[in-house]
Write a protein that binds this ligand. Structure first.
Ligand SMILES: [Zn+2]
Length: 472
């Protein structure tokens, strides 16, 4: 049976158990048969107590969630990053000696025996927590600094990558667990810090023991790389996304994701492709509830169904307008401002600096057009959504889907207005500090529908503090 996976990512957010359970119920009702659990620091780990978030759940609490998922037919797939995206570990000063480069806290040194020892012990603790699993995901995406320390740089990159993976996964493979990785290292275009000429026609056969998950979140993709991998005999899974780079902090860009997920489902039918995964990157902050209808085999019908009282085409137009964003504007938003998944607050003066640099990224004419266009779309969407009724069905509970979209649209509208004022666009007045702080409080309440209070507060601060700082 092929894998149909939903990704629950706890980076940047500790989720309320009821929100996780709602997501599990919706995933199961939509035909998913597995959950990719990217837990990071949100469980009280013994192996690495330095990487335990204050809101981390106990192992018993987490076991209950995994068991609930299993009871719904959702096979658990644990994910532990073993190359990059180890910010939650390596930002701790006491573990800085495990970094690949002293000044970069995202990537492990793959040559350091202490790294391999830590990861093997941690994998064992994961196995104890999750119980028997068929698949275990070891991450491996966006390891931008892989292979750069003096010791690693002297090695053949693909050999070192495969050696590290084989080493840390030895116990898993001995027990018959299929080891999965994101497919970045199978792509020449992402052999970081190497030009295509330097890559040459490299042999990726050392990756043969692993299931390669080809992620591509573009609405235009045809997942041709997955087809190539499958044709070459690699065990391949395709991954699209319901929440990724390009989304604003409040609403998913439904149109973008629906096109991407449709392409992913088509690619999953390719001979040799053994399933699909819909990722949901929590560093984008939007509510899971607003993404869940996209898991359905017919997501457009599912989205229209959670907006009862609206004709299907009107409902979908409203969502398309509400979710629309211009990813060029993301340079002015402080999510991910460090380029790392660390939820750090931007320093004072950060937004002013981004605006001073804007000519490098977005021209003034584009800004003058796009921001008012997006706001007009939000206003039209809000007028339509206000006529929707309350939704019922799996995962539905107060507040209604339409109320959540309306609240997200309200927050997004005022964020865009604040950005327009910061950019000194005509027709945008500077907001008062009090109004921005009120928007931040509303955002805390909005995120708290799913997140714990402290992670909701941090997320809202990441979004709004640069504006409060700018207009202060
Ligand atoms: Zn190294």
């Amino acid at each position: 049976m092929s894998l149909r996976v939903f990704h629950l990512d706890f980076n940047s957010a500790a989720f309320r158990p009821d929100a996780v359970e709602a997501a599990l119920r919706a995933a199961a009702a939509s035909g998913c048969n597995a959950i990719l659990w990217e837990v990071e620091d949100k469980v009280r780990w013994g192996t690495c107590p330095e990487a335990v978030h204050p809101d981390a759940c106990s192992k018993d609490e987490f076991r209950r969630l995994v068991a609930f998922g299993r009871s719904l037919g959702l096979e658990p797939i644990p994910l532990l990053q073993t190359f990059g995206h180890a910010e939650y570990v390596l930002q701790n000063a006491s573990l800085a000696h495990l970094r690949e480069l002293p000044g970069e806290y995202d990537c492990y040194c793959a040559s350091n025996p202490e790294v391999r020892s830590l990861l093997r012990r941690w994998i064992a603790e994961y196995c104890d927590l999750f119980g028997a699993v068929r698949f275990f995901h070891l991450g491996g995406d966006e390891a931008y600094h892989f292979g750069q320390c003096p010791h690693c740089a002297s090695r053949d990159r693909i050999d070192l990558y495969a050696e590290h993976l084989l080493s840390v996964s030895e116990d898993l493979r001995r027990d018959g667990v299929k080891v999965c990785i994101w497919d970045d290292f199978s792509r020449k275009s992402t052999w970081w810090n190497k030009t295509p000429d330097e890559c040459g026609d490299r042999d990726i056969s050392p990756l043969c023991p692993f299931v390669l998950w080809n992620w591509d979140y573009s609405p235009e993709t045809d997942f041709s790389h997955a087809a190539e991998l499958a044709a070459d005999g690699f065990d391949t899974v395709v991954a699209g996304s319901a929440s990724c780079h390009g989304d604003d902090p409040f609403l998913p860009d439904w149109e973008h994701h629906l096109d991407n997920i449709a392409a992913m489902r088509r690619a999953a039918e390719t001979p040799g492709v053994s399933g699909w995964c819909i990722t949901s990157w929590s560093i984008r902050y939007g509510l899971k509830r607003l993404q869940l209808p996209m898991l359905a085999s017919d997501p457009e019908t599912a989205l229209a169904a959670v907006l009862p009282g609206l004709a299907s085409d009107a409902a979908l137009r409203a969502l398309r307008l509400a979710g629309a964003f211009d990813k060029r504007l993301a340079v002015f938003l402080a999510q991910h401002w460090t380029r790392y998944k660390d939820s750090r607050l931007a320093p004072s003066g950060w937004l002013a600096g981004r605006i001073a640099d804007r000519a490098c990224v977005v021209d003034a004419e584009t800004l003058r057009q796009r921001i008012p266009e997006l706001i007009a779309g939000l206003d039209e969407a809000a007028a339509t959504l206000a006529k929707a009724g309350r939704d019922v069905g799996p995962g539905a509970k107060p507040p209604s889907f339409s109320a959540l979209v309306l609240e997200g649209a309200h927050l997004k509208r005022f964020m865009l207005s604040a950005l327009g004022a910061a950019l000194e666009l005509p027709g945008f007045a500077a907001p008062t500090t009090d109004s921005l702080m009120a928007l931040r409080d509303r955002t805390i309440a909005y995120y708290s529908i799913e997140m714990t209070p402290s992670t909701a507060r941090r997320a809202a601060e990441v979004v709004w503090n640069p504006f409060i700082d700018f207009f202060d």
